[in-house]
Ligand binder design. Structure first.
Ligand code: GDP
Ligand code: CA
Length: 342
């Protein structure tokens, strides 16, 4: 049982994996089942914005919206993205005009969000303020911050025999939605990342937290891009709060999504232990960000290897089947690092 009282939790999140994790975290806080975590603990989410794109003149922020809709109870539960009870009349009309691209699903209700966002951005508000305004409606129960207000976009290089170089580059969303992540990702390039800066409040949310969590989000294109914003990795390394992560890889593959393709593209073995060591220990590695790492029970054989890398590690069930199961893994994560950095 932890001795410290945790009243501020900060989570570095992608879309679907992060949002599900956050549902479990909020459930555990409300139910009082997390050791040492106050019943009124506040959660700040630093969300990945490198999936963002402009389409039909609209600014779309998939990960921010997935977190906002999921926690605000507006998400389509079957798809895991976009609005519930959606219709697609605008999309059909655009297709009837022959307007490209047609591969991206923009629902009618969802479009309202993008219209509000785009209008506010056009009026000069930064994305962080726009996000706050959108959250006034959705009341997600967390403070939701984009990792940066700057434009950052993940692009993926793939083989393309229609180009002279034999290579083509597509936006991350095109890789995921149109190509269904079925062709190998040769490289991942995050355009604008090196010149970006953390959005207001992001560094403080990490520095002033009592606990920092890397949820089971994509380690390359979600958590990896957040940590890549200059200043964020440094803040995570410097915070006095314990930092704990949960593996998005179970039994050598992602549960859903494409962490497999992304890890392969950066040369990291697709395994729960390898991902923990890729993030690295704050004390044993010069770039490491973790004080503890959870792997799934199936990957219990990885625990010794992670610990040999200087990173405390435990194996517990990591399938986010419902909020209770997810809250239980949050409790295990808090337990693992309860006494602070190793
Ligand atoms: P995205 O932005 O929608 O791709 O979502 P995230 O980056 O937040 O999370 C996607 C990752 O979550 C996937 O690549 C999976 O590896 C992971 N994931 C999804 N469901 C589960 C689950 O039930 N348990 C664990 N441990 N990981 C999961
Ligand atoms: Ca995403």
């Amino acid at each position: 049982m932890s001795e410290r009282s945790i009243s501020r939790v900060t989570v570095l999140s992608g879309g679907m994996g992060g949002a599900r994790f956050l549902q479990g975290l909020l459930h555990g806080i409300a139910a009082g089942t997390l050791p040492g975590v106050a019943a009124d603990a506040e959660v700040t989410v630093v969300a990945n914005t490198a999936d963002d794109l402009w389409m039909h003149g609209l600014k779309i922020c998939p990960d921010l919206d997935t977190v906002m809709y999921t926690l605000g109870d507006g998400i389509d539960l079957d798809r895991g993205w976009g609005r519930r009870d959606e219709s697609w009349r605008v999309k059909d009309e655009l297709a009837a005009y022959g307007v490209e691209p047609t591969w991206f699903g923009l629902g009618d209700r969802d479009i309202a969000t993008h219209l509000v966002r785009t209008q506010m951005l056009d009026a000069g508000y930064p994305l962080s303020e726009v996000t706050r305004a959108l959250c006034n409606r959705w009341q997600p129960g967390v403070r939701l911050l984009p990792m940066t207000d700057d434009r950052v976009e993940t692009h993926v290089a793939v083989a393309d025999d229609t180009t002279p170089s034999g290579r083509g580059v597509v936006h991350f969303q095109e890789y995921w939605v149109r190509l269904r992540a079925e062709v190998p990702a040769e490289t991942v390039v995050v355009v604008g990342l090196d010149d970006s800066s953390p959005a207001p409040g992001v560094v403080e949310a990490i520095t002033d937290a009592d606990l920092v969590v890397l949820p089971p989000s994509n380690p390359v294109v979600s958590v990896g891009t957040i940590l890549g914003v200059p200043g964020i990795r440094e803040a995570v390394r410097a915070t006095s709060a314990p930092v704990v992560g949960l593996s998005p890889i179970i039994g050598g593959n992602h549960v859903r999504g494409m962490a497999h393709q992304m890890l392969t593209s950066i040369g990291v073995e697709v395994g729960a232990g390898a991902v923990g060591l890729h993030y690295g220990s704050r004390t044993a590695s010069e770039t490491g960000v973790l004080d503890g790492w959870l792997v799934d029970e199936q990957d219990a054989d990885q625990v010794a290897r992670v610990q040999a890398g200087g990173l405390p590690c435990a194996a517990v069930p990591l399938l986010m089947t419902d909020v209770g199961a997810t809250a239980a893994m949050v409790a295990a994560a808090v337990e693992l690092v309860g006494r602070g950095p190793a």
